[in-house]
Ligand binder design. Structure first.
Ligand code: HEM
Length: 251
């Protein structure tokens, strides 16, 4: 195998390790962080089913963002929905025809929507970037990292679109490379500039994920303002560490 292929194999194992261990560490930390007060954003559901439904609407429709700013909601939703479509199209690089998901991802409609989803990502990300640049109060609170995240995602979508519509890469060899990573049987990476750029940026995305604002994805589920039941008038709210204190200092 060429030096280039070895370098990309090592890069992807490194990026995957940082992503998996970093994310596990973060999620464990979120799950263990005490939530001493009842602080659901009102009006809030009074049952656990209600909370699950509210979280579901938040994940699928970005409900609270919709209530606060319509433009940010529109561009944010377009970007995330397009990302989901592109994800389904990408599954063909990592799955084989014997997978139970194959009938779904090989559907013409999934591949076609996934193909044009790249443009959706560009539209959504450009809108979000314009908001940071042109809306005074948003520009004031934006740090370089806020811009860099958007630029990184724009570059990933851009390099992907260049492969899809301008200069194709060897998809068969790429699939062998990806499956080789999964089966610990390294295979050569196709030598195409757009693909190598795409892959380098994706590896960078995986590496920064556990130390960046991209953590909002898992973080949403641990937010006390969203995941708490509004039952403070019916039930005493005691966090485990306070309950322990209670029993040791009962006098
Ligand atoms: C290791 C992971 C990845 C691999 C191997 C990969 C590979 C590819 C390839 C080969 C294409 C060209 C598709 C074609 O011509 O049919 C493509 C397109 C694209 N990629 Fe990726 N990609 C990866 C991760 C990502 C990620 C994480 C994103 C988004 C954050 C992304 C966004 C896109 C977009 C928007 C397109 C253009 C639309 C399309 O054809 O799907 N890719 N990718």
């Amino acid at each position: 195998m060429s030096f280039l292929s070895v370098a990309y194999v090592v890069l992807f194992y490194f990026a995957a390790a940082v992503f998996i261990f970093g994310l596990t560490y973060r999620i464990t930390k979120y799950a263990r962080t005490p939530a001493p007060l009842k602080i659901p954003t009102m009006p809030a559901p009074t049952t656990r089913t209600g909370v699950a439904m509210r979280l579901g609407r938040e994940v699928v429709f970005f409900e609270s963002l919709f209530k606060s700013t319509k433009w940010t909601w529109l561009f944010g939703w377009i970007f995330h929905f397009s990302l989901l479509l592109a994800f389904f199209r990408h599954l063909r690089y990592a799955l084989t025809p014997d997978s139970f998901l194959w009938p779904l991802i090989s559907l013409e409609v999934v591949q076609t929507f996934g193909k044009y989803a790249g443009y959706g990502m560009l539209i959504g990300l450009t809108g979000l970037l314009a908001r940071r640049i042109f809306v005074d109060r948003v520009r004031y609170i934006s740090s370089p990292s806020d811009y860099l995240h958007l630029i990184l995602l724009l570059a990933i979508a851009g390099s992907g679109l260049l492969m899809t519509f301008v200069s194709h890469t060897d998809i068969v060899q790429l699939k062998a490379f990806v499956l080789g990573l999964f089966y610990f049987d390294p295979q050569p990476v196709p030598n195409s500039w757009f693909l190598l750029t795409h892959l380098t940026l994706v590896a960078l995305l995986l590496i920064i994920f556990p130390i960046s604002k991209l953590l909002h994805a898992p973080g949403l589920f641990f937010s006390p303002t969203r995941n708490q039941v509004d039952n403070s008038r019916d039930k005493r709210h005691v966090v485990p560490w306070a309950a322990r204190l209670d029993s040791t200092h009962s006098d």
